[in-house]
Design a protein. Structure first.
Length: 107
């Protein structure tokens, strides 16, 4: 198909539509493959595991809002649950209350 699309190129009689169709089908297939890979990687990791990993990767103080911004597809309730579990495990500590509350990793 690519050979046919370039026949007559120098005389400006080539068929660009054939090349365009080939290009778009290749791009579409690459997108499908990427989408499949992303779905598989997300399927193997629960939202709770993602939140836990992100919390444990934080350096210094962070807030509930910081974690919500990093995990927009996870509910506030789920994030709070993970934070309190990590607190019980003595992996993080909470300072303050309400909107001013800050979290830190325990070292």
């Amino acid at each position: 198909m690519l050979q046919i699309s370039s026949d007559g190129w120098h005389e400006e009689r080539h068929k660009l539509e054939l090349w365009w169709t080939y290009f778009l089908s290749t791009l579409n297939e690459a997108y499908r493959e990427l989408s499949d890979r992303v779905e598989k990687s997300h399927a193997s990791t629960s939202k709770g595991d993602v939140v836990r990993r992100i919390v444990l990767e934080q350096n210094g103080e962070f807030t509930l809002s910081d974690i919500q911004n990093l995990c927009p597809n996870v509910s506030e309730q789920m994030i709070k649950k993970i934070l309190h579990t990590l607190k019980k495990e003595r992996r993080v500590k909470l300072t303050g209350r309400g909107r001013g509350a800050k979290w830190n990793q325990r070292h």
